[in-house]
Design a protein around this ligand. Structure first.
Ligand SMILES: [Fe+2]
Length: 290
């Protein structure tokens, strides 16, 4: 397949045309997609009317898909276990209210984060398929954390160098009011500590590594000071020059790198259906300190 790559923002984000995910993709094309992905950090494949099985098959070109460990809130698809549901419609096609437990937990996605950072080997990247997209909001915003790290003011840089932050899946219910994970879910995913500055295993570049929805503690700081530092870092990161805002079209597939970007979704009218399916590529190595 001949592919074309066109940048959508100077900081990150590009569209890739010439891919058809309903058909097998050859190794050379996969290599070119991977190169474009590493260069642009977030890539969009427009117009991919794919099944969940095709979504999973395409994901496997880049690594093993994660099976979400939490089953108590039905965020993991019952039909295809590798699919995580970023939807306000359940698998019986019923619209859910913002008060539904799964919706409360998903509301955390409005804050800056990177997927599955609470794992000992955090996710490499995610692929999100927009099946029914929102027109009243639901814009997915991405930040280039290489650039953020490079531009960090001296005061903030001093506070992150050589330091670790804690990432705890259990923090989600504390910030959203969603039900706590079950004892088994909690035991399966104990909190982990990762460096605040990491080195990307492919590019070799340094980036800031934070995930505000999971970060409940920073090494050497109390609870309040930890929260303030993560907030300050997130606020510095969320500047337009580092940000690509993805306005969805039906059947866009978006693929992003969880190691050097963070993302957050804008709110939308809860009466509007939003159906999105995500695969998450499992990490293959611990976070490398830089
Ligand atoms: Fe996310």
């Amino acid at each position: 397949m001949a592919i074309t790559v066109k940048a959508r923002h100077p900081a990150l984000g590009a569209e890739i045309r010439g891919i058809d995910m309903t058909r097998p993709v050859d190794a050379e094309t996969v290599r070119r997609v991977h190169d474009a992905w590493m260069k642009h950090l977030v890539v969009v494949f427009p117009d991919q009317k794919i099944t969940d099985q095709q979504h999973v098959a395409f994901t496997r070109h880049f690594g093993e898909p994660e099976i979400f460990h939490q089953t108590s809130l039905s965020l993991r698809s019952d039909r295809v276990k590798e699919i995580f549901l970023v939807s306000n419609v359940d698998e019986n096609d019923r619209l859910m209210t913002p008060a539904a437990p799964s919706q409360k937990q998903l509301s955390s996605a409005r804050q800056w984060h990177t997927d599955s950072s609470y794992r000992p080997m955090p996710s490499v990247g995610s692929l999100l398929h927009g099946i029914e997209i929102s027109r009243t909001g639901g814009i997915t915003q991405f930040i280039n954390m290489y650039k953020v790290y490079e531009d960090l003011p001296e005061g903030l840089r001093r506070q992150v160098e050589g330091r670790k932050a804690r990432h705890d899946f259990g923090n989600l219910h504390r910030i959203t009011g969603a039900p706590a994970p079950t004892a088994a879910e909690q035991a399966a995913m104990p909190a982990v500590w990762h460096p605040l500055v990491r080195r990307h295993p492919v590019s070799g570049r340094k980036s800031l590594y934070i995930s505000s929805i999971y970060n409940d503690s920073v090494e050497g700081l109390g609870e309040e000071a930890s929260r303030r530092l993560i907030e300050e870092l997130s606020a510095f990161a969320a500047q337009p020059q580092y940000m690509y805002r993805h306005v969805w079209e039906p059947h866009d597939v978006l693929m992003w790198d969880n190691r050097c970007t963070v993302h957050a979704v804008t709110p939308h009218d809860p009466l509007e259906r939003r159906v999105m399916h995500r695969t998450t590529i499992v990490g293959s190595e611990p976070v490398i300190a830089a």
